[in-house]
Design a protein around this ligand. Structure first.
Ligand code: NAP
Length: 293
């Protein structure tokens, strides 16, 4: 019987599942698209098709006593994560997992005006995307308390790594904020995120939240400039925040307008993770050297 279930087994889930499967765990990973299901099979564990927008998505899946990684995003609209709610309601029928690790986002903190943010800060999401994640976190914490299931929440910052750098955006010369107006943001390399997910399942304290980032202070402008420099592309044009409001996509604007410097002290101390890529320079070098998986 599988003892690991990865719901929302996309790029990060597949990498987590590959490690656990190689360690001898029977792993099931769920996704919707044929491409994702094929990637899971190629990684050496069992794919299952699953649509979280259905009322009874977990029917037929092993959930009793499993280690559950929940990596699926909320749906595209509204302030509620209906997918998480479907899953939690279903688990009462199909069997309770022993532990759940959930990937949330640092977006739940909202704009913190450049302050250093640790996990004691009260979330104050301002975007609908952040509100849906905060809804999922709250629903999970209530579920955990009511049913004595260990839940660990990871508030993950911008993910980058081999095969997932915005190189085309830089080539297209899409603008970034002027250096003197750029806001703080954080990132995590895919390899380090995978280690954090595994460590959270093993060592995360029940009910606890962990910020997940490399700990390097930087901005989106630094990020795009570093990619341009590494790939020998001209740096993107810079615009003021006022101009950005006219020329940037609404999604990109939500990213560049919020400012936070996340502390990763709790992640390093309690999960005992040694980061392979504590700086963007080291991480980008790995993207040039390593093929995407
Ligand atoms: N990108 C970032 O910088 C960032 C930052 C913080 C957190 N995150 C979050 O981190 C998590 C893991 O990231 P990732 O890169 O592994 O994401 P990903 O590759 O997009 O994987 C997400 C998975 O969820 C599945 N999924 C989506 N909607 C579903 C639905 N309605 N029913 C069933 N399955 C559904 C997808 O299936 P299909 O592939 O078949 O569609 C995919 O397997 C995601 O929740 C992501 O939003 C991302």
């Amino acid at each position: 019987m599988p003892n690991v279930l990865i719901i929302g087994c996309g790029k990060i889930g597949t990498a987590v599942g590959r490690v656990l499967s190689q360690q001898g765990h029977p792993v099931v990973g769920t996704a919707r698209s044929p491409e994702s299901l094929q990637r899971i099979a190629e990684a050496g564990f069992t794919p299952k098709a699953l649509d979280l927008d259905r009322e009874t998505p977990l029917k037929g899946l092993p959930t009793q006593g499993v280690q559950l990684f929940y990596f699926a995003p909320p749906p595209g609209g509204g302030d509620i994560d209906s997918r998480m709610r479907h899953v939690l309601a279903n688990l009462l029928q199909t069997g309770l997992p022993s532990r759940i690790v959930y990937i949330s986002t640092s977006g739940v903190y909202g704009d913190c005006q450049g302050e250093v943010v640790d996990e004691t800060r009260t979330p104050n999401p301002q975007t609908a995307r952040g509100k849906r994640r905060w809804d999922a976190e709250k629903a999970l914490q209530i579920f955990a308390r009511e049913h004595s299931v260990d839940v660990i929440i990871l508030r993950v910052t911008g993910i980058y790594g081999p095969g997932r750098l915005p190189i085309q955006r830089v080539r297209d010369r899409q603008p970034v904020l002027r250096v003197d107006e750029a806001r703080y943001t954080n990132r995590i390399h895919t390899s380090d995120l995978v280690s954090v997910c595994l460590a959270a399942m093993k060592k995360g304290k029940p009910g606890q939240v962990y910020n997940v980032c490399d700990g390097q202070e930087s901005t989106m402008t630094d990020y795009f400039n570093a990619i341009a420099d590494a790939y020998g592309i001209p740096r993107p044009p810079q615009v003021s925040l006022e101009e950005a409001r006219k020329v940037m996509s609404p999604l990109m604007l939500t990213y560049v307008q919020e400012s936070r410097r996340l502390s990763n002290r709790k992640m390093l101390e309690e999960l005992g993770v040694s980061l392979l890529y504590p700086t963007l320079a080291e991480g980008i070098r790995s993207c040039i050297e390593a093929p995407a998986r």
